[in-house]
Structure formats: structure tokens, C-alpha cells
Write a protein that binds this ligand. Structure first.
Ligand code: COA
Length: 570
């Protein structure tokens, strides 16, 4: 079928659906929901059999839904309606939630149901639920709905005919529905309220007497103080006392500013707070905020790096490089680079770079520092000589993050992971992280340039097929971790491990003799220098729009295939 994805943005759910539907032989094109007239034009050009709307922020125009079947993905159980579905589900402590695929009609979220899927809730941020459980359930339900539509004989079920659905119409959640009271709320309540508003819109509160939005809450097991007081800082996070403990605040958005690591958003004020270092570097058993954590099982080291949104600032890259060096001194044989729960890495930290331009600094200089710190980290991994390194991707990865993973000897992904191993979407950025060395040797020169040019997401399955990754593992996050640990232990115990490590060293020496890594880096950086300091400001403009979440004014041509001249012939 010809399916048009009508969406507010090409977010991870939309990317996943596009890839899954394409894999099933459907002809897919994407249009951003910018204005009714633009959508009508897209529909006229593409003449879709079906319209699927994975992520919309407003209703579809009657002129479209009255003539075409439009399937809306609603992140709520059957009967649930309204724009704050997940926010309410988290706030109310629902134990099971779901996704419903319903047909667009005059009344919002009230059309007949084509499919639904449910999942158990986890006590995590809304964005994490969305990227994991919701995306998985939505994929299941959309694929079922599309199959039902294709069969031609399925009649969707009117909402009124469901017997006692649990869901109901809920209003937009307002800040007053979830406001914090640090003198009364316990840590569990603070965590739940902050999770319900993360990553958007954040929880309205104030710090240092100034109103702001809070994000990225983490529990603290041991430190305590007078309720409401800021107790200290650790790296990028601030600790605030509740009535029965304390909660770490990782990210903050001040009014008229952007979302930033808390210690950067309030840089001057945070410096006056006491530093609260971890008692034992990299390791910790009790719940606390720790962005880099190390654990060991026999001959296998696990290095976790939980960087918010997968973005890696200059300092984070430097600290992670230090942690890699430290981990390599341990008596282990396999080093697993675990990344974070939702993302492995999304490359340089565009918000921190943008922040440099908001103050006295220079975004170009900060970009340069950040890409060099990423490169130093990638180099550290490429040159690891006594261990087999494995990037274990339980979450998505984009841009330089994909090549940082490829700097490891092996890359294993969870089967639901999406990879975007390309840079051009960010204002034609050339990219570095030794991609010109790492990518062609895995997929070949032609495929490498096609990946960079086409800028399409790769599913985990596709990434394995083309040789970009080395394994695609099924199961939920827990099953993925167990399987990764099992495989790593087997690798460490393999009788040919020493031979394998020696072979990788020799291969590296051969490659170095043909063309030194320094030459790849210099070539890439000569392009990046132009991106950052040259006369064409595309990268700076694209970053500004990305960070400030500017609404799209058109759909990029590589997504809106129906807008290509002569697309029908292809
Ligand atoms: N720096 C800072 N923030 C980043 C980031 C980066 N490199 N990559 C993603 N984010 C943030 C987004 O702004 C968003 O923030 P929010 O919490 O305020 O909503 C959040 O991470 C999730 O990103 P989103 O785009 O919604 O996730 P996705 O899973 O739909 O898409 C990507 C993932 C990687 C395709 C997309 O985020 C992207 O293009 N990122 C930029 C990658 C890049 O160009 N890096 C620089 C070159 S190395």
C-alpha cells in the first residue's frame, strides 16, 4: 500500500514505523503537519491508500479525514482521550497502560478503534516510557491496524460499544495539577511529578529564587537535609532535600532559555554549593546520581554512561575517556560500553554548544572542543590493545554516537534500536569520530556514501544485514542485559581470546601503515573547521533551530518523497 505518515516531527516512533512498514513492502512517504493546505497538497501528490499519524499535536482537517482513512496513534488505553495521556497515567500511578490506534473523526480521540496494545508501566521518565514501551506497543498496534485495513473486511469498533473501558477523557495537564511542594512532598512524589513532565514540558518550580522548569530527576538514598534546601552539586546535577530524603535534579530550563545541565543553567549559583563526590569513584551500590558507573563480573567490565538524551559535552567525553582508561587497568578481558537506558550516544552536546553562544563564549569554539573530545574518546577505544571492546546498544544512537560505538571491536544492539549513522541533517555537518575510517571498512565505500547521503534511520536488523553491527539481540531491556553479559563472558572465556586480541592489534598496525588515523582525523576536521568557522552558517542555524525546537516550516525532501520531481517513476 501507499502510506503517508503525517506527523509533527520525524521522531523515533515515526522513524520506527516508517522502517517497519517499508520492511513489509509498503510505499512510505512522510509529511510534517505544518498547515492544513500543505497536508492537502501532500495528500493530492501522494494519493495514499492510508494515512497514519504517529505523532500529532493538533487535529487533522475534516477535508482530509472525511476522504481518507486516517489512523491516529494515541498513547493511551482504549477510551482514554486528551493531550496529556502519559502524564496522567504516570501521575496516577497506573500499573498498566497502552496505545490505541483509532480513526480520525470530528471529535478528538473518539473515533472507532482499529487496534490497541498494552504494557506494564515502569517508574521512569515519560520520555523513556515513550521511547520504549509506547513505541513498542504503537508498532504492534499500527502493524495490526494496517493489516486489518489491507484485508478490506475489518470493521473498526466504535468507542461506545466497548464494555466499561477504563480510559476516559482527561484535560490537558496544567502545571497546577502537579506543582511541587518541597516542604510537604516526599522523594517518591517529587520523582513521580518530575517523571510525568520529562522531557516536555518539564516541571515548573524555582531554583535560587528564579522560576524554571525541572527535568531529569534521580533518587538519592543516603544524603539528607532540611526540606527544600539545595544540598550540593555533583558534576552537572544539583541535590535538593525533600521531607524524607533528597532528589537529584539533572537538567533545568530557565525562562527564555534552553534546557541545560543544571550546574550550567545556574553556573554561578551552583559553584557556591558544596561538591558532593561519590564515595567510591565510578562504583556505587546505593541509589544516587551517577552518570558514569562501572561494574565487573569475572573477566568482563561494564561501563555505563547515562548522559541525558545521549548528548555528550566536552567534559563528559573527557570524563568518559578517563573512565575507559581506568577500566582498562582492571584485570578483565572484555570491556562493555553500555551507554544509557534510552540512548547510547547522540554525539556532541548541541545544547551545551548553543549555551556558549548565549553567553560571552563562541559556539564555534565549543563545537571544536567537543568534536575533538569525542575524537579523543573514539581514539582511546580504537587503540584499546589488551581488551576486546563491545558497544552494547540497548537504546538508540545517532550521528557521531553511532561511530563512537563502531570504534569498539564489536557492536551488539537490541532489536528495537534505531541507528542514524549520518550527520547531514545538522546543517550539512561533515562529521568526524573517524567515520571515514570506521564506516567504509564495515559496509564498503558505496554503501557508506549512500548512508551519509540518504540520511535514513537503520533498524537494528538492517544495520546487522549491511554489516554495520555484529549482533541483533531480542528481548526487553533486562533480557538484553543478561544476553550481553552471557555473550561477553563467553567471549572472555573463549580459548582463542588471546589470538583474537593479537589479530586485532595486527590488523590495526596494518591499517595504520596504509593510512594513519591522524590523517583520517585531519581530513575530517578540515571539513568540520569549515562547518564551524567557515562562511556558510548552515550548521549554526540548524543547531539553533534544533535546540530551540523551532517548528518545521517544510518537510525535508529526503523524507517527503512525494515532493520529488518524478517520484512516481521510481
Ligand atoms: N545534543 C543535545 N541534545 C540532543 C542531541 C544532541 N546531540 N541529540 C538529541 N538531543 C535531544 C533532543 O533535543 C531532544 O530533547 P528534549 O528532551 O528537549 O525533547 C531529545 O534529545 C530527544 O531527541 P529526539 O530528536 O526527540 O529523539 P529521537 O529519538 O526522535 O531522534 C536523533 C534521535 C539522534 C535522530 C535526533 O535527536 C538528532 O538528530 N539528534 C542530533 C544528532 C546530531 O546531529 N549530533 C551532532 C553531530 S555528532
Amino acid at each position: 500500500m501507499r502510506i503517508l505518515l503525517l506527523t509533527h516531527a520525524f521522531n523515533s516512533l515515526t522513524q520506527r514505523l516508517a522502517a517497519e512498514l517499508r520492511q513489509r513492502g509498503h510505499d512510505i512517504s512522510v509529511e510534517f503537519d505544518i498547515a492544513d493546505s500543505v497536508t492537502e497538497e501532500a495528500v493530492a501528490l501522494f494519493a495514499p491508500d492510508l494515512i497514519v499519524a504517529p505523532y500529532l499535536r493538533r487535529a487533522i482537517a475534516p477535508a482530509i479525514w472525511s476522504r481518507h482513512v486516517c489512523l491516529i496513534v494515541h498513547p493511551g488505553i482504549v477510551g482514554d482521550r486528551g493531550p496529556s495521556a502519559l502524564d496522567w497515567a504516570i501521575q496516577e500511578g497506573q500499573t498498566e497502560w497502552g496505545v490505541t490506534v483509532l480513526q480520525a473523526e470530528a471529535e478528538m480521540d473518539a473515533g472507532p478503534v482499529w487496534a490497541s496494545a498494552s504494557f506494564p508501566m515502569r517508574a521512569v521518565k515519560k520520555s523513556s516510557l515513550y521511547r520504549n514501551e509506547v513505541t513498542q506497543a504503537a508498532t504492534t498496534a499500527v502493524l495490526q491496524a494496517v493489516q486489518r485495513f489491507a484485508s478490506g473486511n475489518f470493521v473498526p469498533q466504535a468507542l461506545a460499544t466497548f464494555t466499561a473501558p477504563r480510559g476516559r477523557l482527561r484535560p490537558l495537564m496544567k502545571q497546577s495539577d502537579c506543582s511541587l511542594n518541597w516542604e510537604r512532598d516526599d522523594s517518591a512524589t517529587v520523582l513521580r511529578k518530575m517523571h510525568a513532565a520529562d522531557g516536555f514540558p518539564g516541571l515548573a518550580d524555582s531554583l535560587f529564587g528564579e522560576p524554571c522548569q525541572l527535568f531529569d530527576a534521580w533518587p538519592e538514598a543516603t544524603l539528607r537535609g532540611a526540606a527544600g534546601t539545595l544540598l550540593g552539586r555533583r558534576e552537572t546535577a544539583l541535590l535538593r532535600a525533600t521531607v524524607d530524603g533528597a532528589v537529584w535534579i539533572g537538567h533545568v530550563k530557565r525562562n527564555n532559555s534552553i534546557k541545560l545541565p543544571a550546574s550550567l543553567a545556574f553556573q554561578r549559583e551552583a559553584l557556591a554549593l558544596p561538591e558532593l563526590p561519590l564515595e567510591s569513584y565510578w562504583r556505587s551500590d546505593a541509589a544516587t546520581w551517577q552518570d558514569i558507573a562501572y561494574a565487573e563480573q569475572g573477566a568482563v567490565g561494564f561501563l555505563h554512561f547515562e548522559f541525558y538524551n545521549g548528548a555528550m559535552s566536552t567534559t563528559q567525553c573527557e570524563r568518559l575517556r578517563y573512565a575507559v582508561r581506568w577500566a582498562r587497568q582492571r584485570p578483565t578481558q572484555v570491556l562493555l560500553l553500555m551507554g544509557g537506558g534510552d540512548f547510547w550516544s547522540n554525539g556532541i552536546h548541541l545544547n551545551v554548544i548553543e549555551a556558549a553562544s548565549l553567553g560571552q563564549g563562541s559556539a564555534a569554539d565549543e563545537s571544536w572542543r567537543n568534536i575533538n573530545a569525542m575524537n579523543d574518546l573514539a581514539l582511546e577505544l580504537i587503540n584499546t590493545q589488551q581488551h576486546i571492546t563491545v558497544a552494547a546498544l540497548g537504546g538508540n544512537s545517532g550521528a557521531g554516537g553511532c561511530f563512537l560505538a563502531r570504534a569498539c571491536d564489536l557492536v551488539w544492539t537490541r532489536e528495537t534500536v534505531l541507528l542514524n549513522p549520518h550527520y547531514k541533517n545538522m546543517g550539512n555537518l561533515y562529521g568526524s569520530e573517524y567515520w571515514t575510517y570506521l564506516l567504509p571498512r564495515r559496509v564498503g565505500l558505496d554503501a557508506a556514501s549512500a548512508i551519509m547521503r540518504n540520511r535514513q534511520p537503520l533498524t537494528a536488523q538492517r544495520a546487522l544485514e549491511i554489516g554495520f553491527t555484529d549482533a541483533c539481540l531480542s528481548g526487553d531491556a533486562t533480557a538484553f542485559h543478561s544476553e550481553v553479559a552471557r555473550r561477553a563472558a563467553a567471549l572472555a572465556a573463549a580459548p582463542d581470546l588471546a589470538l583474537r586480541i593479537a589479530a586485532k592489534r595486527e590488523a590495526r598496525e596494518r591499517d595504520e601503515a596504509v593510512k594513519p588515523l591522524a590523517a583520517y582525523r585531519e581530513e575530517e576536521l578540515s571539513h568540520m573547521r569549515r562547518n564551524f568557522y567557515g562562511f556558510d552558517p548552515s550548521y549554526h542555524i540548524a543547531r539553533h533551530h534544533f535546540v530551540h525546537k523551532s517548528p518545521a516550516s517544510w518537510t525535508p525532501r529526503h523524507l517527503a518523497r512525494h515532493r520529488d520531481l518524478g517520484w512516481r517513476g521510481s
